[in-house]
Ligand binder design. Structure first.
Ligand code: ATP
Length: 280
């Protein structure tokens, strides 16, 4: 019998590099970014059902279960592109912190697209990637198995990036108020005007050569200039043995990188902010 139900891990991400360029005519900004999957994942399952339309349940009450959930949007977009009436039940066990800039919603959406494709086989890879990028600039990255990739265009045009990085530990400090991503871009434009894109080659070569000193020098995120609390969180992380900290995506979460697991877990425990620890 053909499978009716599939389950998949949907990993979170960090942006080790994020350069923002000009705003395009479609309202999106040109970016160059390096995305890297991290050790925390949601468990997402999709089961085809005889009727009932598209339903979603999630064990985290903070996550919407209606049509605003990106995983539901992904299923609807798949059905529309494949011209089918889709009945399925989506279940998400949420482990990726929500609104932490770790791409949880995007990763869930990609997992749903991949599983629907495996279950129904209606669309080719190009069609799936088009749907992914229509859902959000981070979704295409999660359609690939690669640990690290460079994103260009609005962040949705992916190129593999070899990573030989030894395991690191990230302490994610969830502090400050999340602005919508659109507002964060508008604030950045206001703060500095139009700026040329920078190259991510330095981060790519640090990942390839497993060179954490180079990585520490090359990590960067244009949104840091708008962060009101980065300096405070950074100095608290530094005091606890962090070797490099950076803003996650458009913020407000700050990630502190540690080489040693016990130092990282002590920092996560002792810092006065809400924290989340995972492997990078
Ligand atoms: P962004 O891509 O907007 O920077 P993020 O990575 O910071 O997002 P997410 O956990 O993806 O954070 O959640 C962003 C918002 O999307 C939340 O406010 C949440 O209500 C909504 N959302 C929609 N679908 C999901 C989902 N499957 N998982 C988590 N949040 C979702």
């Amino acid at each position: 019998m053909t499978d009716m139900k599939l389950t998949r891990k949907a990993y979170g991400k960090v942006n080790l590099f994020l350069s923002v360029g000009a705003k395009r005519d479609d309202g999106k900004h040109e970016v160059e970014t390096v995305l890297c999957k991290v050790g925390v994942y949601d468990t997402v399952s999709v089961e085809l059902t005889p009727n009932g339309g598209i339903a979603l349940i999630c064990d985290d009450p903070g996550v919407p279960t209606d049509g605003s959930n990106l995983a539901v949007k992904a299923a609807l977009a798949y059905a529309e592109a494949a011209r089918i009436e889709l009945n399925c039940s989506i279940r998400i066990e949420k482990r990726i912190p929500v609104t932490a800039g770790m791409g949880g919603g995007s990763s869930d959406a990609a997992a749903v697209l991949i599983m629907l494709s495996e279950l129904l086989g209606k669309l080719n890879q190009e069609q799936l990637l088009n749907i992914a990028s229509s859902l959000g600039s981070d979704v295409p990255f999660f359609m690939y198995e690669d640990k690290a990739m460079v994103g260009r265009g609005s962040g949705d045009i992916m190129t593999p990036c070899v990573s030989n990085l030894d395991k690191l530990y990230g302490v994610f400090v969830m502090y400050g108020v999340k602005e919508s991503t659109g507002k964060a871009y508008a604030l950045l434009d206001e703060a500095r005007g139009e700026t040329a894109l920078r190259s991510s080659d330095g981060v790519a070569s640090a990942l390839k050569n497993n060179d954490i000193h180079q990585l520490a020098r090359e990590i960067s995120n244009d949104f840091e200039m708008c962060s009101k609390h980065l300096a405070e969180v950074r100095s608290a992380l530094d005091e606890r043995g962090c070797f490099r900290s950076f803003l996650c995506g458009s913020g407000p979460t700050v990630c502190g990188l540690f080489i040693d697991e016990s130092t990282a877990s002590e920092a996560a425990e002792k810092l006065v902010y809400p924290t989340f620890l995972c492997e990078i």
